[in-house]
Design a protein around this ligand. Structure first.
Ligand code: CP
Length: 336
């Protein structure tokens, strides 16, 4: 059945049963039980403002496997630089407005996928996901979020599918842990992972040093979702305690919202966490034989040791493969 919601921007615009249906469809694609060419004769635009391996390759292959054609555009690279702000006076470096960009594309394609990262410059602005919101405002065809400033729902759905595939569909004790990275990164992945884990009713523990809190409104939504779906939420600032008894370890680094626009200050602040905030064998030993997850790309021996990512408990490649299957399911459900 097609979904009522036209866009795929974040998971909490969908019910838990719709998200579960997506995973069942993705499993159907993965195991060869579904082979229908849902996109026969259709073209899908994939707009990349930022680099990608997994998202770009899995979307392009997924569209091909569904019988469609991918049109890949890179604003400022292989297509014109884009202005997204309403009423902008375009006398600087932006050549084309998103209104025309989307209007023209829609004459050719059936949906638009967009990747647009946070610049980590202005927290109050970027937490509103302004570029993705502008795409959704101007488009009448479905918009798929391929990672925005605040959300990466395709990744989160592949993550939920992977947990279910490895550990079954009952709720699990899941740790989302901040890890040291030599530069500040956007929050889309941890935001979407935590939100989806809450929607799937897992017992979620989020670990980070003080100063790396996630968005307050999002945390309140995550808390509501855990209550509604039978899970729980715990925040810890002690990295060793964080690993106690968990069945899933999900590592990701992110920048401090206190230092948006001040990257140097973030770098100085985070340096103190380099030694302790790495996922290593000793920490994994405190878990309940947990699987190790990361969205990739990952910096080896900075975020996670070779010993952990190369261990039998590491599921990072299955997680990446599941991007393909889950995105096929998303396209099949929302593209009319
Ligand atoms: N995980 C993920 O989105 O990977 P890419 O940035 O390579 O697309």
């Amino acid at each position: 059945m097609l979904f009522m919601v036209n866009n795929f921007l974040k998971t909490n615009e969908f019910t838990r049963s719709e998200l579960e249906e997506l995973i069942e469809t993705a499993e159907g694609f993965k195991h060869g039980e579904i082979s229908k060419k849902f996109l026969e004769g259709k073209s899908i635009a994939l707009v990349f403002f930022n680099p990608s391996l997994r998202t770009r390759a899995s979307m392009q292959v997924g569209i091909y496997e569904l019988g469609g054609n991918a049109v890949i555009l890179e604003p400022g690279g292989t297509s014109w630089t884009l202005e997204h702000r309403e009423n902008a006076v375009m006398d600087s470096d932006k050549t084309e407005h998103l209104k025309e960009f989307v209007g023209v594309l829609e004459r050719y394609v059936s949906a638009i996928g967009v990747r647009t990262f946070a610049n980590l410059q202005d927290w109050d602005l970027e937490r509103t996901d302004p570029v993705l919101a502008a795409f959704a405002k101007y488009a009448s065809k479905p918009v798929i979020n391929l990672e925005s400033a605040m959300h990466h729902p395709c990744q989160a759905m592949a993550d939920m599918m992977t947990i279910r595939e490895k550990l079954g569909s009952s709720k699990k004790k899941v740790l989302l842990t901040w890890a040291f990275h030599p530069k500040p990164l956007p929050m889309a992945v941890p935001n979407s992972f935590a939100l989806a884990a809450a929607q799937f009713g897992h017992d979620l523990r989020i670990a980070h040093p003080k100063g790396f809190e996630l968005d307050e409104d999002l945390m309140s939504e995550i808390e509501d979702q855990t209550k509604e779906n039978g899970g729980s939420l715990e925040i810890v600032n002690d990295v060793d305690e964080a690993f106690e008894n968990v069945e899933v370890v999900y590592a990701k680094s992110w920048g401090s919202k206190n230092f948006y626009g001040e990257a140097e200050k973030d770098l100085q602040f985070r340096a103190q966490f380099r030694k302790d905030w790495i996922v290593d064998e000793a920490k994994m030993a405190r878990s309940k034989d947990a699987i190790f997850m990361h969205c990739l790309p990952v910096r080896r021996n900075v975020i996670v040791t070779d010993g952990v990512i190369d261990s039998a408990n590491s599921v990072v490649l299955d997680e990446a493969e599941n991007r393909l299957h889950v995105q096929k399911a998303i396209m099949a459900k929302i593209i009319k």
